[in-house]
Design a binder for this molecule. Structure first.
Ligand code: PLP
Length: 394
């Protein structure tokens, strides 16, 4: 046996997203890149903002001594100060660099957070549909993922959530703007969630945390604003990255921020910084930390995403697909016209349209489209969608 039993079983279950990504490669070799409509992966094709490139050039041309060395495991003070300044503005709370840990993306940050707070057998609640890696991340640190469905608008169902919280529940992970639905959680829901978490923490005699996974927080449309989770939830730990807002997923840069008013804040920060080190990340990439310090108020051009959303949403809706209108992120999550979303995925593949079945997000009966791809490919895909809709009798 080469693999541990657990990893062998995880691998057989596999990731739909990865499988479809590989299928895309196979089809591109046969048909050519512009004839395969690959909506499977949230890997932005837009380039980072010009300011990122300017800063990168500056640093390369004027290297500073020591710029590639280890630094404090929490990250550079100036970067954490830049993050804290923006969070303080958004939340009106006294954020300082001491409340921030720079991390290896949001994925790294979530692992650090779970490692820090979970005892073996502790439960983490995720709201379906959800980013499938949450289950693996929680499992990495002895946690057990418990899945609670959202309501018809893909918003947290507080009654269902309350019923699911037990003495072993240690964290609720929320993700707004959401992957895969594009839903943005309104302030009044966060406020109610904050109250519920306080009540349950008191009942359980230990803190129940809200992990707010927010890599899409700057990607919102139609004037929608993402409320600051810190304004409404004292036990909030925010985990985010610049993978999407600055289009830097390969550079692995993100951060964890902890509500300054959380009980035991210093102890919690010590734990997070320790786990950032001992999980083997040691610290977030030095060069990226320097670059993002000056880019906290920047983002890629959001209008480009909005145009892509509208192009695809309008076409698919006109064909008869039933789709929730996303307010953020860069995904559509339509209802599968066939009851079996896996079968739908196969039927779409025959038109070189690659999508991920809702089953891959814990919600069968839907499918996900990532529209962070070239507009040209989206435009070229429209006739294929029309043909698919006709075949299915929509
Ligand atoms: N959380 C969600 C909801 C995501 O969609 C992703 C990536 O797609 C991540 C976390 C991980 O992001 P990162 O690249 O920063 O690790």
């Amino acid at each position: 046996m080469v693999l541990s039993d657990k990893i062998a079983s995880f691998l057989t279950k596999g990731s739909f997203i990865r499988k479809m990504f590989e299928e895309g490669d196979r089809l591109r070799k046969i048909h050519g890149a512009d004839k395969v409509f690959d909506f499977t992966i949230g890997n932005p094709t837009v380039e980072p903002p010009q300011k990122f490139r300017d800063e990168l050039r500056k640093l390369a041309l004027n290297p500073e001594p020591g710029m590639h060395r280890y630094m404090s495991n929490a990250g550079y003070l100036e970067t954490r100060a830049a993050v804290a300044e923006v969070l303080a503005e958004q939340s009106s709370l006294p954020f300082s660099p001491n409340h921030i840990v720079m991390t290896v993306g949001a994925g790294g940050g979530l692992n650090v957070a779970f490692k820090t707070i979970l005892n073996p057998g502790d439960e983490v609640i995720a709201l379906s549909p959800y980013f499938v890696e949450y289950g693996f991340y929680a499992d990495n640190h002895g946690g057990i993922l418990k899945v609670v469905p959202t309501d018809k608008d893909f918003l947290p169902d507080l009654a269902a959530l309350e019923a699911a919280i037990g003495p072993k529940t240690r964290a609720i992970i929320i993700n707004s703007p959401n992957n895969p639905t594009g839903a943005v959680y309104p302030a009044h829901l966060l406020e109610r969630l904050g109250r519920l978490v306080e009540q349950k923490s008191a009942e359980n005699g230990r803190p129940l945390y809200v992990l707010s996974d927010e890599p899409y927080s700057k990607i919102v449309y139609d004037g929608v604003e993402v409320p600051s989770v810190f304004k409404y939830i004292t036990n909030a730990i925010l985990v985010t990255s610049h993978s999407k807002d600055l289009a830097l997923p390969g550079e692995r840069i993100g951060y964890i921020a902890v509500n300054p008013n959380i009980k035991g804040v210093n102890e919690l920060m010590d734990g997070l910084i320790f786990c950032n080190r001992t999980l083997g990340f040691v610290n977030a990439p030095a060069l990226m930390q320097r670059l993002v310090a000056d880019l906290q108020r920047e983002s890629v051009n959001i209008m480009e995403y909005q145009e892509k959303r509208d192009l695809l949403l309008n076409h698919l809706t006109s064909l008869g697909f039933d789709i929730f209108k996303p307010q953020g992120a860069f995904y559509l999550f339509p209802k599968s016209p066939l009851e079996d979303d896996m079968e739908f995925t196969r039927r779409a593949q025959a038109y070189n349209i690659l999508v991920v079945p809702g089953s891959g997000f814990g919600l069968p009966g839907y499918f996900r489209l990532a529209y962070c791809i070239d507009k040209d490919i989206i435009e070229k895909s429209l006739p294929a969608w029309t043909a698919l809709a006709q075949e299915l009798g929509l």
